[in-house]
Write a protein that binds this ligand. Sequence first.
Ligand SMILES: *Cc1c(COP(=O)(O)O)cnc(C)c1O
Length: 403
Amino acid sequence: MKSKALLQLAEEFGTPLFVYDADIMESQYKRLVNAFDGLKLNIQYACKALSNQAVLQHFNALGAGLDTVSIEEVQLGLRAGFTPDRIIYTPNGVSFEEIQEAVKLGVKINIDNLVMLEKFGSEYGSSYPVCVRMNPHIVAGGNHKIQVGHIDSKFGISIHQTRHLTRIIEAYKIHVNGLHMHTGSDILDVGVFLQGSELLLEAAFHFKELEYVDFGSGFKVAYKPNDVSTNIEELGAKLTERFKAFCKEYGKDLELAFEPGKFLVSESGTFLCKVNVIKQTTATVFAGVDTGFNHFIRPMFYDSYHHITNISNPEGAERIYTVVGYICETDTFAWDRKITEINENDILAFQNAGAYVFAMSSNYNSRLKPAEVLLKNSKAHLITRRQTLEDLLVNQVDVSHLF
Ligand SMILES: *Cc1c(COP(=O)(O)O)cnc(C)c1O
């Protein structure tokens, strides 16, 4: 988005502010659909990345399915208009009661451990189909905190446990209609996806009643200028061909599913904040902004890079800044970053603010959460109002009579 238009939004809605462009979500969605042309394809938006109702409604209207990891996300998906058969529920470490609740709601269920599968089998037998999440032990992903396929990971049923898995399925006559893997986030290498896919497709022959194979997600997007992202078109061409050959051998045209979060929404988001102070120390020039890791935790939590521009002075001379938040802890968004000269009250724009940013925000330091705006049909629509002090108190119970 152009600096001028963003400045206007900062003026109109105040800062800090999240701005999402619905057209970018749509073009990313279509890029995936086009890359896998010729297959029965199901793109399920991973709603943990950004779970506003407007965003869910947008993907539902585009024809996407929904990937959920908690019963609350299932409920939010249903509320946004997804039919239960378009929602897959892939929890980890939840209680059996929560899985039973998902069965009642009628969504697709993905089970990722043998104990739960046995419970599921003894409760439902073959009466409710289920997907199983395999762990192919592929080590991939941008940061160790987001790698989930390795041998020490808590996710999935190890591919080496396939024999035990099939024994449980036979004993309880469980109707396994889907096979799933998800190995991490920020995976660049198409070869890694193909390697994981190969292991999953080999395992698929142990399951006779499959209707879909879900290859999870983890596609990398560009964060830095000149960064490369996963080559979706190359992956699409190669995996489509491989999947068609697999289906032929399997004897049935299965659906190929993905569940991207970051790929669909990361680049659609821009975060706007205002510079409160320029503070020069002996070693560094800090630009202190009206937000912190309470709103935007990724740099501190994942060491992620988010490109920052000064949209109040886009043509100015570049200088070196360390951009920091207002939280009373080390709270750094960018170290030694070249940004066009910054003055007090300038508006900074952070890129890649769509995925895992607002969704991971908190009220730490008793700060209010920012507003969110969605750009659709060339207009800005408020989709989350800025919090007020009352919002911080709404669930607190008044026991002042005790004191
Ligand atoms: C988080 C998650 C995704 C989405 O991953 P991205 O890297 O955002 O695309 C997909 N599937 C499952 C099971 C997940 O936990």
